[in-house]
Design a protein around this ligand. Structure first.
Ligand SMILES: [Zn+2]
Length: 352
């Protein structure tokens, strides 16, 4: 299936009460891991590219990798989406083969945000093929790359005003809207479990019926993965003193991390939320599994030393395939889990 925009995806998601997963991609292992999960689960998907990813991998490579995945998995609808574009980057990406773009004007005044979004919409909708536009209204929490939001304690104070949504959508003509409803970017989101503003989602749904909303910063930062990282990370330390302190005091590599509960994401997916952005959980799964490979190497080595160096010295995994392979499988497993949370498993068949 050739790349598609998000119009049909969101129509189906709204009708079927599910959400499409939007996962950030930076390299081959991440793209393959995501696409394998989508094939296994028969789910449509949005592969999204941030400014940082464009810089890291370059569009030439990302396009080639995504095209290869589409050729290999023709039954899976795929949209290639720009994540948090500034005005100039968004304009450029419309002509660069993106099927969907996000213009983030949330740092502008309400009127300037509308004015810029409208210009983007005019260009994107005139483009052949039609490019869909996501806009943003309200202030999200947390930090992701160069997108800096409000602090964790202030998330609930900066929620999107439903009445403004109505005016924004009407005047800008955007196809979907990222709203602040209690989520936050990054791994260090909340000190206590957050409450999503379901009442606001409902009110927006009443004021602007059947309009697709987008939830950013919707990783759950599962505790078992934090424990996973914590159990291996310190074994990598070259600093003897740090290792000593860590072993004595019970070191935590990622203290105080907490995300959005998966049940809340499932509930929002059944409402007007049609796209859910998940990046942190994939990073976490990938990194935890790389650390596991090295941590196990070190554990074997320690066992060998303590056993009086009997037999041959355990080998160290310095072949990148030995840690990137398991990392890619970890991405696949995490995405498969998320596709179930979003309710979009089995929905690829709707697009035939
Ligand atoms: Zn975001």
């Amino acid at each position: 299936m050739p790349l598609v925009n998000t119009k049909r995806m969101f129509d189906e998601a709204m009708k079927g009460k599910f959400a499409i997963g939007a996962f950030n991609v930076n390299n081959m292992e991440i793209i393959q891991g995501i696409m394998w999960a989508c094939k296994e689960k028969q789910a449509p998907v949005i592969l999204q590219i941030s400014k940082g990813a464009r810089k890291y991998a370059s569009m030439r490579y990302l396009h080639a990798l995504i095209n290869a995945a589409c050729e290999e998995m023709p039954g899976i609808p795929v949209a290639i989406h720009l994540d948090h574009g500034d005005f100039d980057t968004t304009m450029k990406c419309i002509d660069e083969g993106f099927t969907s773009v996000m213009y983030d004007g949330s740092g502008e005044t309400f009127d300037k945000n509308i004015e810029n979004t409208k210009k983007i919409v005019e260009r994107a909708h005139a483009h052949k093929p039609f490019v869909t536009v996501e806009a943003e209204l309200g202030k999200l929490g947390g930090i992701e790359e160069d997108v800096v939001g409000v602090g964790a304690d202030d998330v609930e104070k900066h929620l999107t005003d439903p009445k403004q949504v109505q005016e924004f959508v009407k005047r800008s003509g955007c196809d979907s809207l990222a709203v602040a409803i209690g989520t936050s970017h990054g791994a260090y989101k909340f000190k206590k479990a957050p409450k999503l503003a379901f009442d606001r989602i409902e009110e927006i749904g009443r004021l602007v019926p059947n309009f697709p909303l987008v939830m950013h910063g919707s990783s759950s930062v599962p505790q078992e993965f934090i424990d996973f990282v914590n159990s291996y990370a310190v074994l990598e330390s070259k600093n003897k003193k740090m290792l000593e302190v860590a072993l004595k005091q019970g070191w935590e590599q990622m203290p105080g991390s907490m995300g959005v509960p998966e049940e809340a994401i499932s509930k929002a997916s059944k409402m007007a939320v049609c796209k859910v952005n998940i990046d942190t959980d994939l990073r976490l799964a990938m990194t935890a599994n790389i650390l596991k490979v090295w941590g196990e190497c070190n554990a074997e080595l320690l066992k060998w030393i303590e056993g009086g160096k009997q037999g041959s010295r355990p080998k160290f995994s310095f072949d990148p395939r030995e840690y990137l392979g398991p990392a890619r499988e970890a991405i696949r497993d995490m995405v498969a889990r998320k596709l179930d949370v979003l309710g979009c498993a089995g929905k690829a068949g709707l697009f035939k």
